[in-house]
Design a protein around this ligand. Structure first.
Ligand SMILES: *Cc1c(COP(=O)(O)O)cnc(C)c1O
Length: 213
């Protein structure tokens, strides 16, 4: 099936209120253009250089989301192109984004990446660390902390996945802040559960573009 028809199928399946970010990491610009021509405008990348290269050569109305681990020395390069940094996994990184955004005189939207999976390997803040950051959010003048991002355990125990998504959703609801309303959870294998559990963004790669090699 073509990228375009995959997208149409997905659009039909997702509620209108759920935003689809097409994860194009490791995929060539041709594949992104095919999705673009089918109407897709939001794309997710996990490596800074790849995001910058693609953003520089592709249409300017594409909205780029950064979803990978971000090193502080790469913030400056992506800031001119990125519309949402979904993967803020430490207070140190948030402080560095604040400094860079201040110097570039812009405001950047971010999500706090929370570790909800059982696996040790996955990165992210604990709920307590995220709560602490939110209690000091006044110090971030150039960042809008819009919500949370999380990745569930890779398992076919769907109850486990559902529990993890529920925990992220209830954390988001427990934060008293009007603009903290974004929840990014759900990938190719588990987006249906994420939608049932009230996500507002799904990040889908393989389902649209096929396996990454
Ligand atoms: C790669 C990636 C995705 C997309 O995963 P698929 O299984 O290909 O849909 C989503 N979120 C993050 C953070 C990723 O790194």
């Amino acid at each position: 099936m073509s990228i375009g028809s995959k997208l149409i199928e997905l659009k039909n399946e997702l509620p209108l209120a759920v935003k689809l970010v097409a994860v194009s990491k490791f995929k060539p610009v041709d594949a992104i253009l095919e999705a673009y021509e089918a109407g897709q405008r939001a794309f997710g990348e996990s490596r800074p250089q790849e995001l910058v290269t693609k953003a520089s050569s592709l249409p300017k109305d594409i909205e780029w989301h950064f979803i990978g681990h971000l090193q502080t020395n790469k913030i400056n390069s992506i800031l001119p192109f990125v519309s949402l940094i979904q993967s803020v996994d430490s207070e140190h990184l948030l402080d560095a984004i604040e400094r860079c955004a201040g110097l570039q005189q812009r405001t950047v939207d971010c999500l706090l990446e929370i570790h909800i999976a059982r696996e040790e390997s996955k990165q992210g803040l604990s709920f307590d660390e995220a709560r602490l950051i939110m209690s000091q959010r006044e110090k971030y003048k150039h960042i809008r902390i819009k919500g949370v991002m999380g990745m569930a355990t890779q398992t076919d125990d769907w109850n486990q996945v559902r529990m993890e998504f529920k925990s992220l959703k209830s954390f988001a609801e427990s934060v008293c802040d009007d603009r903290f309303d974004t929840i990014s959870m759900g990938m190719s294998d588990d987006f249906q559960i994420a939608v049932e559990e009230g996500t507002t963004i799904v990040r889908i790669g393989t389902y649209i573009f096929g396996n990454r090699v």
